[in-house]
Design a protein around this ligand. Structure first.
Ligand SMILES: Cc1cc2nc3c(=O)[nH]c(=O)nc-3n(C[C@H](O)[C@H](O)[C@H](O)COP(=O)(O)OP(=O)(O)OC[C@H]3O[C@@H](n4cnc5c(N)ncnc54)[C@H](O)[C@@H]3O)c2cc1C
Length: 467
């Protein structure tokens, strides 16, 4: 088979890249090792419940994702967060504390001590840091807003959003915009205030999904791509020859392509880079993605004492709970549980406690159910349980991440025609992957257009094999 672009990996990143290139008139082939496309994005219906094995929502403020939903004709089944989502809950001293999602929610609650809240208010007096050395998320927030805020608010947030550890993750790689704010305004609170005065809006956390769940997105993309999708194909090696690439798939033959995109998890990209670009291979191998388990539990409404009037709860690591957070799935979006029932999705593992995610599924159910009994006043047994264990969950944007990414992206210059995209470049959120994939597609389009006129020389190299 010969195509303009071979895309390795049929997750959201690979599918979006392929879709944009196909729309631009290029012949593409998506090569996906699983029997289905979508990667992390899997929605499963069972007994009237809808379980999300991976992502459960997208940021409604993300333009590329919203535009893609429209282009794919998915807007008529889009759903916004339910009206029942009024609060956020954080665990403190073994109970869930209710916070308003308003920016002053933490200041107006008793979740932090008076001393902790006064320290938050003193942020505008803290001198900006100018030495330019990389800092962890925990260090940044405790330096600016105090240790208590960092430990009890930021730490659980990092656990929930990235399945990560605030003391290991790089503030530069994750909250780069805040560093710019510190540099420009001297303080984060002053920066927010000034931007508000100037009529600017702060990035919001309005979320959306689709009635049939997040799986609607890869399904719609795959439908548009039609015969360009090839599932059950494991790419083992890429060989660069003058003017083109040969993508080798073992028993499924070879695909010849003018350009190739690696849209897999970083450990797979690392294997494909080995022997050809050892620096990129090493950098990609250094991006860990600790195991993560999603424990989906359905209950009859009357079994749960808690009003479930929020997004869910998150727990700081010092609480040492098995579950790092639980989403109130049936409050978030309609159709996640049958009438008279509720659906909860508990997250276990990640960087905080990777070994917990590897426990036997029945054990995970017992542990998650026990947490719900204690924190949400659940009685009796769940009416449905579903477990998804991801051996590799979310990529960790740990200290040094920016340098690693620069090294990996450098391969696009070192080996023209080879491109990389995925959830370890600009953020793991689906909406960010979509934006990143669209940018990758633009770069490839430019490359192919230029090469139509002047054929560039590509060295003959084996890009490598996956065992
Ligand atoms: C439990 C969980 C919850 C999440 N929750 C949210 C959320 O609520 N909101 C949000 O925005 N994001 C969330 N995310 C993050 C988001 O889902 C992912 O970052 C995103 O879906 C990644 O897409 P991707 O295409 O980059 O990678 P992947 O989905 O990992 O896709 C990579 C694809 O490459 C394929 N592949 C690998 N090796 C080969 C090979 N050799 N040959 C061919 N194909 C190969 C894989 O099979 C896979 O399909 C969550 C993730 C997880 C795991």
């Amino acid at each position: 088979m010969s195509v303009d672009v071979a895309i390795i990996g049929g997750g959201i990143s690979g599918l979006t890249t392929a879709y944009q290139l196909q729309r631009a008139g290029h012949k593409v082939a998506v090569l996906e090792r699983q029997v289905r496309t979508g990667g992390n994005a899997i929605s499963e219906r069972s007994g009237g419940f809808l379980m999300e094995h991976g992502p459960s929502s997208l940021n409604a403020g993300a333009e590329a994702a919203v535009a893609l939903s429209g282009k794919l004709g998915l807007n008529d089944q889009r759903c916004a967060l339910g009206a029942g989502v009024r609060y956020r809950y954080l665990v403190g001293q073994s109970r869930v504390d209710r916070l308003s999602p308003h920016p002053h929610g933490v200041l107006n609650s008793n979740y932090l001590s008076m001393r902790g809240r006064l320290r938050m208010l003193a942020e505008c007096l803290v001198a900006a840091r100018t030495d330019g050395t990389e800092e962890s998320i925990a260090d940044f927030w405790s330096r600016r807003f105090g240790q208590e805020f960092s430990d009890r608010v930021i730490d659980p947030l990092v656990g929930g959003l990235f399945a990560g550890s605030a003391s290991a993750m790089s503030v530069d790689a994750v909250f780069g915009a805040l560093l710019e704010m510190e540099e420009h305004y001297g303080s984060i609170s002053r920066g927010i205030f000034q931007r508000r005065l100037a009529g600017g809006s702060m990035p919001g956390r309005r979320l959306f999904s689709w009635r049939t769940g997040m799986g609607a997105l890869p399904t719609a993309l795959a439908k548009q791509l039609g015969p360009a999708i090839h599932t059950g194909i494991v790419v083992r090696r890429i060989r660069a020859t003058p003017g083109s690439f040969r993508v080798e798939t073992g028993t499924s033959g070879t695909v010849n392509a003018r350009a190739v995109v690696i849209a897999t998890q970083p450990h797979v990209a690392s294997t494909l880079f080995q022997g050809v670009d050892d620096a990129a291979a090493q950098a990609a191998a250094a991006i860990s993605a600790p195991p993560l388990a999603v424990v989906f539990l359905g209950y009859r409404r009357e079994q749960v004492a808690h009003p479930l009037d929020g997004l869910g709860w998150l727990s700081p690591s010092h609480e040492k709970r098995v579950v790092s957070g639980t989403l109130f799935s049936s409050t978030m979006f309609p159709g996640r549980a049958p009438k008279g029932h509720v659906a909860l999705a508990a997250y276990v593992g990640g960087a905080r406690a990777p070994e917990l995610a590897r426990q036997a599924p029945e054990e995970l159910v017992v542990l998650a159910h026990a947490e719900h009994r204690e924190l949400l006043g659940v009685k009796g047994e769940p009416v449905i349980t579903k477990i998804r264990q991801w051996p590799r969950g979310l990529p960790q944007y740990n200290l040094g991440h920016r340098d690693r990414i620069a090294t990996i992206q450098g391969i696009e210059k070192r080996l023209p025609g080879l491109f990389v995209t995925g959830n370890y470049f600009t953020g793991p959120a689906v909406a960010t992957c979509i934006a990143q994939a669209a940018e990758t597609a633009d770069r490839i389009h430019d490359f192919l257009s230029e090469r139509g006129q002047h054929k560039s020389d590509i060295p003959t190299t084996a890009v490598n094999t996956i065992q």
